[in-house]
Write a protein that binds this ligand. Structure first.
Ligand code: 8IG
Length: 273
């Protein structure tokens, strides 16, 4: 099926509205409250937060693409939380490095907003720059540096990004685990990992985490009025910070190893929202 977002004349917010209508119809849930994008290492959280009411293949919803990455699932789930609220789990992240432009990257966030969500939880696997973060350490994102040279915002729409990553939500997360550290996330385009020199550049400009997602999504979330919580799983020390080269297989394995622990953490955080 052709993706409507590939047509540059189409209004992406109109596609997001259509996607939200399909989700409401297929799930029977008229309004979702919280949306989550679960990146590498975080997927199990979906099974822990509540009762799944619907699991919809992403390709049945306008604007979504099948995931191209091994180990990433492509379903959109509607989950009833114990507190009576509904969560929308977006299991179909499109990465900027896939080369389809920025619209598909932020379509999930815009769809979440159109389903009525007020909060967006963005999670990812990332490379850590702080040597104190052993592989498998979860980190709250306090701010980001968008190093993609792209923006999801179209037109002269000057969105304020002060406090993009909600202090209120970070404080709630720390009531669950007071040892949670926080750091600045720098999004690179990828899909190659950084050179050691690029990691040193990231460190010099104030980044603590390097990854290939989240910043563009967070910007779109703020533009849609969503409150943002960002969480990284530092699965590996960034290139050159550790002596050993990076392997995608090892990075995935570290995510899998940490998954039960950090998914439980995220579920506990969501129970407090
Ligand atoms: I998981 O070291 C994971 N994702 N850019 N660099 C970048 N993305 C990542 C890394 C990393 N680890």
């Amino acid at each position: 099926m052709a993706n409507p977002l590939d047509d540059p004349t189409v209004d992406p917010f109109e596609i997001a509205k259509q996607a939200a209508e399909i989700i409401a119809t297929k799930s029977g849930v008229a309004k979702h409250d919280i949306a989550l994008t679960l990146g590498s290492g975080w997927a199990k959280a979906a099974d822990l937060i509540g009762e799944t009411v619907a699991s919809i293949p992403a390709d049945e919803i306008p604007g979504f693409r099948k995931s191209q990455v091994v180990g990433h699932v492509s379903t959109i789930r509607s989950i009833a939380l114990p507190n009576g609220k509904y969560a929308l789990v977006l299991g179909a992240r499109t990465h900027f490095y896939e080369g389809h432009g920025v619209r598909p990257v932020v379509h999930g966030v815009r769809t979440a907003a159109a389903t009525g969500a007020e909060m967006m939880i963005l999670t990812n696997g990332a490379g850590g720059i702080k040597t104190s973060w052993a592989p498998g350490t979860p980190v709250l994102i306090s701010d980001h540096i968008n190093n993609t040279a792209a923006s999801p915002i179209e037109g002269a729409n000057f969105v304020d990004l002060t406090d993009l990553y909600s202090k209120r939500l970070r404080d709630i997360a720390r009531t669950v685990d007071s040892s949670l550290d926080e750091g600045v996330y720098m999004q690179f385009r990828g899909p190659h990992y950084e050179t050691p020199a690029e990691v040193q550049m990231a460190k010099a400009v104030g980044a603590h985490l390097v990854g290939m997602s989240t910043a563009l999504e967070a910007i779109a979330a703020r533009a849609s009025g969503l409150e943002v919580l960002g969480l990284s799983l530092s699965t590996n020390l960034a290139a050159g910070i550790s002596a050993t080269p990076l392997s995608h297989t090892e990075v995935l394995a570290a995510g899998k190893e940490a998954e039960p622990r950090i998914s439980a953490l995220l579920a506990e955080i969501i129970a407090k929202l």
